[in-house]
Ligand binder design. Structure first.
Ligand code: GDP
Length: 525
């Protein structure tokens, strides 16, 4: 058996997510990307994929009812000698916390834009999250087969609203009804919409094999457009792309599976391999021998027959081997990785080994939490997985007081999975749950009933805001807490949280206590 160095398998990994506004075509594009990877055999599977997702999470009636995907999952496939890990994110903004956490586990992102609509609100928000970590972005302008906006206009909008340089790699030949293919601006290649073949070399845009695809009356204007694009717009450069300042742009139609090959080829070629990950003590690089990773997502009951709980962990360094013992840094206890799993489009399989960049599912019964770090013994904690101050807070109304203890346990579990946040008031009054999006409350209610047999309702809480508090001044947090006993709570990790009835009250306290910092984002550990 030949020994491979850990650096090599990690270098083959491309771990990415797709960011977009709902309806821009993320599902359709995902589906087509998976086709290239051979992960699924049949075209036209969008429906099938949706069905699969909902059967897998049948327990969650609301997902079915409302037709939204609440599930974040990962899909692994191979293409062009690369192992792609595509991390799926929920489309609905009420689950944005989940999406933000998922984005901490990727090395690049594909931004899908609807050619008729341009940059939309959610795309911009998700882009900002990527920017915080300088994640390189590849842009796919979708739905070119429909009436769409002028390509210059779209590029200009990306540059202006996102402050991101654009470098078109392909240029659309026609739009809407007359969309006939794309022209590769730097390499003089044409890809035709009506032919499922490799791109063909041409002498230039004026080659009849290129411009000839358009109706006669559109040709002259199009040639001018291409000349302008070639001369006036930026060319792709790897450095600025990798730093997150410039995005290569592809035009296409996910529905018609057009332009997708160029996109995936470019991901294989230019998207970065796993990056180093910041931990509390040092930067961990993928080529280190020791295995490390962090949990960014917990999903319960993916398979209703097994009532299992899967922690999704991004491997950050080394080699994860099936059967190995890892250290759960939060508790210092060992955890046996006896059945780590890889996920594919329709399947999952036991992973015998995984490398930096891979995302593995670790079945467990509640040992692992979001934000947890696993290592081969080293005491370090990755600190990038964020928790956001809730925007909605509720008290839970329990009709059957006999179930109070069971409810406490259930809430603790739901909070560990990241379904909601849990705040335990210091004065002993009932627990408060906090969420970023209202649908999370529906999910909690549904799951408490379906999985634990606890029917609940919600009551208004007198608090509307929660802030984690800390201070550089010794004893200050304790002094603040003592002075505000009835407004103090502990979060899941026991960190002190100040609950405020109004923004006014919060700013009043902030002014009065200048040595206390009130934060609305907490990173785990
Ligand atoms: P998501 O919400 O971003 O996942 O979007 P979907 O992939 O579900 O697509 C939303 C709608 O747009 C669906 O009806 C798709 O069939 C349609 N769609 C997606 N891509 C294209 C495209 O390239 N051209 C056209 N005409 N429709 C598309």
């Amino acid at each position: 058996m030949t020994q491979t160095s850990p650096a090599l398998p990690a270098e083959r990994r491309r771990t990415f997510a797709i960011i977009s506004h709902p309806d821009a075509g993320k599902t359709t594009l995902t589906e087509k990307l998976l086709l290239f990877g051979g992960a699924i055999q049949l075209a036209g599977e969008v429906k099938a994929k949706r069905n699969r997702v909902s059967t897998r999470s049948d327990w969650m009636g609301i997902e079915k009812e409302r037709g939204i995907s609440v599930v974040t999952s990962v899909m692994t496939f191979e293409y062009a000698d690369r192992v792609f890990n595509l991390l799926d994110t929920p489309g609905h903004e009420d689950f944005s916390e989940d999406t933000y956490r998922t984005l901490t586990a990727v090395d690049s992102a594909v931004m899908v834009i609807d050619a008729a609509r341009g940059i939309e609100a959610r795309t911009r928000k998700l882009f900002e999250v990527c920017r915080l970590r300088d994640i390189p972005i590849v842009t796919f302008i979708n739905k070119m087969d429909r009436e769409s906006r002028d390509p210059f206009d779209l590029l200009d909008e990306i540059e202006k609203t996102l402050a991101l340089d654009t470098a078109p790699v392909t240029w659309p030949i026609g739009r809407g009804q007359s969309f006939a293919g794309t022209f590769d601006l730097a390499r003089n290649l044409v890809r035709r919409l009506d032919a499922d073949e490799d791109a063909i070399p041409v002498s230039g845009p004026d080659d009849p094999k290129c411009v000839g695809l358009l109706p006669e009356h559109e040709r002259e204007a199009w040639l001018e457009e291409v000349m302008l694009a070639q001369e006036g717009l930026k060319r792709f450069e790897l450095g600025p792309f990798r730093e997150g300042h410039l995005t290569p742009v592809f035009f296409g139609s996910a529905l018609k599976n057009f332009g997708v090959r160029d996109l995936i080829d470019s991901l294989a070629e230019i998207a970065p391999s796993p990056r180093g990950q910041e931990a509390d003590k040092r930067l961990v690089t993928p080529d280190e021998r020791g295995m490390t990773g962090f949990v960014f997502k917990i999903q319960a009951n993916m398979d209703p027959n097994h009532r299992d709980r899967i922690a999704f962990m991004r491997v950050c360094s080394g080699r994860l081997e099936r059967g190995m013992k890892a250290k759960l840094v939060r508790t210092g206890k060992p955890i046996s990785l006896s059945a780590p799993q890889f996920f594919f489009a329709q399947d999952r399989a036991i992973a015998d080994e995984a490398w930096a960049g891979d995302v593995v599912g670790i079945p467990n019964h509640g040992t692992l939490r979001i934000g947890d770090t696993l290592t081969e013994g080293e005491d370090l904690a990755f600190n990038g997985v964020p928790s956001f101050a809730p925007e909605i807070m509720r008290r839970i109304k329990l009709s059957d007081p006999m179930k109070a203890k069971k409810l406490r346990e259930a809430l603790q579990q739901m909070a560990e999975e990241g379904v909601v946040q849990l705040f335990l008031p210091q004065d002993g009054s009932p627990a408060i749950v906090g969420v970023v999006g209202a649908l999370q409350l529906d999910v909690l209610k549904e799951r408490l009933k379906a999985e634990y047999g606890i029917p609940i309702d919600y009551e208004q809480s007198r608090f509307t805001l929660a802030r984690w508090i800390m201070s550089d001044k010794k004893g200050e947090v304790e002094r603040f807490s003592d002075a505000h006993l009835s407004s103090m709570a502990k979060d899941l990790d026991g960190a002190p949280v100040f609950l405020a009835p109004s923004a006014y009250q919060l700013s009043y306290e902030q002014e009065k206590w200048p040595d206390v910092t009130f934060t609305d984002v907490k990173t785990y550990q």
